[in-house]
Design a protein around this ligand. Sequence first.
Ligand code: IMP
Ligand code: MG
Length: 179
Amino acid sequence: MPAPEQEKLHILIRHAAIEKRVRAVALQITRDFRGERVHLIGVLKGACIFLSDLVREINLDTSIDFIAVSSYGRGKDSSGQVRLLKDLDTSIKGLNVILVEDILDTGLTLSYLLRVLRQRKPKSLRVAALLDKPARRLKPVKGDYVGFTIPNDFVVGYGLDYAEKYRNLDDICVMGDGA
Ligand code: IMP
Ligand code: MG
C-alpha cells in the first residue's frame, strides 16, 4: 500500500527503483551461480518481501527456507543480544546458500547467523541485503549483494517494520522522530 499521508513518513526509495534494483541483484546472482542451484534463506520477518521478489527474478534452480532471530524489541534500538527463534527446516550441507536480509545495521544479527550457518558446512555462503546502513556497524560484516546503501535513518516499508507496522508499504520510507 502507499505510505499513509498523516504519518511522519517520507519516501526514501520508490517502489519502481526497488523493483529495478532487485532485478539487477537477481541477474548478478544468476550469473554468479550459472548451472548451479541456490538455496535462499530469508531472515524473518523483515526479508520476506525482498526474498519473494528476488527469488522470482533468479533464473536458476532455487529452494527457499526461513530462519527467525530476535535482537530488537518493539522499538528502534537493538538490545545487542541475538536469539534464534525459528531454525531452518532442512539441512544446508553442501548447498550454495544465500542468506537474505532486509537490512545490515550493527551487523550483530548477520555475524551471529553467519557463525551458525558456517558450522553446518554449506558449499558456499553469501549474503544478499536489500539495504545497508554502514554508519552503525559494530561488527565488520559485508553483504555480497546489496540493494541500496542508505544513511543512518530508521526506515520502514517493503518488509521493514516499526513495532510490526508498515511492512506492507510499497516504498521504503524514513520515519521521523515522534511517529
Ligand atoms: P543488526 O543486527 O543491527 O544489523 O540489525 C539487523 C536487524 O535490525 C534488521 O534485520 C532489521 O530487522 C532491524 N533493523 C535495523 N535497522 C532498521 C531500520 O532502519 N528499520 C527497521 N528495522 C531495522
Ligand atoms: Mg530483520
